[in-house]
Design a protein around this ligand. Structure first.
Ligand SMILES: C[S@@+](CC[C@H](N)C(=O)[O-])C[C@H]1O[C@@H](n2cnc3c(N)ncnc32)[C@H](O)[C@@H]1O
Length: 375
């Protein structure tokens, strides 16, 4: 049940959104109710969120939305802070009582659905469609229109010290510079991604430097306002990685953990739901059932020598991401396109594409691959 005061606050927020199409900021709520401080306004928002009337996105200034179907306060039927009650037995799915009410209470991002997919044709996009562009992504992306890309699939350089062509820094930057430069490109990516668009980034931390790149890149993307959708473990089964690098051999002083997998962090913009026409879905039932389990065993790319690129991902990885997270005819971007795996698979699967890379040699390979038969 709402108190009289809470009801007044909820009415104000509801009417504000109806009138303006966006939510009031905390400052506006404070001013409207002549509150002594912003923290009182924050408190009111938190209470309404807890009671299941609002959803609050932490990273947005106007990130409040109304839960339309909240006729009863979940507080009427669900009292928080009682011990979790669930039935659990090995081999069975764990059943949580009042799961939906608890989800609402926690205020996650699952039900955010306040964005409208941009359907109108976007100006100045033609020159980017079905192209391989050689240049710095930061610059190329800055020329692209807002909200124009359906899905980004990419793998940035990992700062491991690999020999990329046209890289005078030898893939070795100070970590602070590396992350700052990535962030500038992410900013553009987020801007040009459509609401509902997906962002799949393949990253491998440099464990020997103890730099958790996958967590730090995820933090950057969350701070830029994207919603975390999930994480895929790409199991490469490459157990031949240096077995002699033990850290401290047979001693707890500094053992070095080894990994035969990489990560794909998946994000989306503003809402988890991506609309599209049923006729443009190309994933089969078997593929769907298999691939929604977030651990994918796929062998590393075997053609790196042939394509003269030191860090490619395999076509199978891109094909799964495209079929699971996008529709046919969607516009696919890879801002670190390398030898063109993303663009080649996008073309093969009837998506439109744009691949950008700094190295002219890789761009030539990417263009050549567009004419090859894949899989
Ligand atoms: C890990 S590789 C991507 C490989 C690609 N996934 C493939 O399968 O071929 C990263 C690529 O990013 C490119 N690169 C690095 N900085 C860039 C920038 N600022 N703009 C565009 N490309 C860049 C490098 O030349 C390199 O080819």
């Amino acid at each position: 049940m709402l108190t009289k005061k809470q009801k007044i606050h909820l009415d104000y927020i509801t009417k504000f959104i109806e009138k303006n199409g966006y939510a009031p900021s905390v400052e506006e709520i404070k001013k409207h109710f002549h509150l002594a401080s912003k923290s009182t306004a924050h408190q009111q928002i938190a209470t309404l969120t807890q009671k299941g009337y609002l959803i609050k996105e932490n990273y947005k200034a106007r990130g409040i939305s109304i839960i339309q179907d909240a006729p009863l306060s979940p507080a009427d039927t669900y009292t928080p802070f009682t011990p979790l009650s669930y039935e659990y037995s090995i081999g069975k799915e764990r059943k949580v009582k009042d799961r939906f009410l608890k989800e609402r209470f926690r205020g996650g991002t699952k039900n955010l659905n306040h964005s409208v997919e941009i359907k109108s044709s976007i100006q100045n996009l033609e020159k980017f469609i079905n192209k391989i562009i050689c240049g710095d992504s930061k610059k190329v992306l800055s020329e692209m229109p807002d909200n124009s890309v359906d899905i980004i699939i990419t793998s940035p350089p990992y700062n491991f010290g690999l020999d990329y062509k046209s890289d005078n820094k030898n893939d070795t930057k100070k970590w602070i510079d590396y992350f700052n430069q990535l962030n500038e490109i992410w900013q553009e990516c987020v801007r040009i991604l459509k609401p509902g668009g997906r962002f799949c980034v393949n990253v491998q931390p440099l464990f020997s430097d103890y730099i958790p790149t996958h967590h730090l890149v995820s933090k950057q993307l969350l701070d830029l306002g994207l919603l975390w959708k999930g994480e895929i473990i790409w199991e490469k089964n490459n157990y031949n990685c240096k077995y002699t690098a033990w850290g401290s051999w047979k001693s707890p002083s500094m053992p070095y953990l080894k990994y035969s997998w990489e990560f794909i962090e998946v994000f989306c913009k503003e809402t988890h739901k991506k609309t599209g026409e049923a006729k443009n879905i190309d994933i089969t039932a078997d593929e769907f059932k298999k691939w929604v389990y977030g651990k994918w065993s796929i062998a590393p790319e075997r053609n790196m020598k042939k394509y003269e690129h030191p860090a490619m991902f395999p076509e199978e990885l891109v094909a799964r991401l495209l079929k699971l997270f996008s529709y046919k005819n969607d516009f696919v971007l890879d801002p670190f396109n390398g030898a063109g795996t993303t663009t080649a698979v996008a073309k093969k699967l009837s998506r439109r594409y744009l691949g950008i890379d700094m190295a002219p040699e890789y761009c030539k390979t990417a263009k050549d691959r567009l004419t090859e038969t894949l899989f």
